[in-house]
Write a protein that binds this ligand. Structure first.
Ligand SMILES: [Zn+2]
Length: 274
């Protein structure tokens, strides 16, 4: 199970305590188990999640003499029921408004459980993956500096591509054109081609379509594109017979959200072969 727990930076310096060692929380109303994940929401001045922790022990009632290790509100007895240690620190914390946008009730952040609000925790996992990607290329660069930039670029590309495809599969699960859902056959296609993208657009979900190999190739080479309503556009370079062989019908339509439109505009103007 995953949780969000709240601590108040006005009363308690969570950052200092967790860097030091474990931090204990008091809460016996919840069935928290060792190995559970706890995201710490820091209320007070900052209002964000910066730390992901793992539960190291639970169901114990211990009295701590060191109050600095107690993650409660700083006004109760320093007895805690579970302890956590640091698992991941976000380089860009997840803010209050981002959490609210993804389903957290602004009035009740304190103790949120993943079985109740799975979408929030999915979002947190995405944030972590993005955060790691942003930081990993640098690490890869350091490791492979002797070999040179080429391998660094390959490592970065592979991480990005896998992450991009995983998220598209999760979002769509099938070819946007024909509905083929044999996952192993599906390609993560960039709407603005990879070579023309900046780093953000390379992993931006709105710049992606999940397509079967044939339709991926057609889209890539500009034989097909989509209009502002998501309706398929077919190049005049594609013969009627080949269109039929490729199972492309003029009635086909994809769901084109507002956020995807700028990317598709680019494809229509620059890649599509009228
Ligand atoms: Zn297809």
């Amino acid at each position: 199970m995953k949780w969000i727990f709240i601590t108040n930076s006005k009363y308690f310096n969570f950052e200092a305590a967790i860097r030091d060692d474990e931090v204990g929380f008091k809460d016996n109303n919840y069935k928290i188990e060792p190995g559970d994940i706890v995201y710490i929401y820091e209320a007070g001045k900052e209002k964000w999640i910066r730390f992901k922790c793992v539960v190291t022990s639970a169901n114990n009632e211990r009295t701590v003499t060191d109050e600095r290790k107690y993650g409660g509100w700083g006004k109760d007895e320093p007895i805690f029921n579970f302890t956590v240690s640091l698992d991941y620190e976000f380089s860009s914390p997840i803010t209050f408004s981002q959490l609210v946008e993804h389903g957290i009730s602004p009035k009740r952040i304190s103790v949120t459980k993943s079985s109740r609000k799975p979408e929030v925790f999915e979002f947190l996992e995405e944030c972590e993956a993005l955060d790691r990607i942003r930081n990993e290329p640098q690490e890869a660069e350091e490791e492979t500096s002797v070999i040179g930039g080429e391998r660094t670029a390959t490592v970065k590309q592979r991480i990005n591509q896998t992450y991009f495809r995983d998220r598209l599969i999760k979002k769509y699960g099938k070819c946007a054109v024909c509905g083929n859902d044999e996952i192993r056959l599906l390609n993560a296609s960039h709407i603005i081609p990879w070579r023309d993208c900046d780093d953000n657009a390379k992993i931006e979900l709105n710049n992606g379509l999940l397509l079967c190999p044939a339709h991926d190739r057609c889209f890539d080479l500009g034989y097909i594109s989509f209009d502002e309503n998501g309706k398929i556009m077919v190049s005049s370079k594609l013969s009627k017979d080949n269109k039929a062989l490729l199972n492309i019908k003029s009635s086909q339509k994809i769901e084109l959200t507002e956020d995807m439109k700028p990317y598709m505009d680019y494809h229509r103007k620059n890649i599509f072969q009228k």
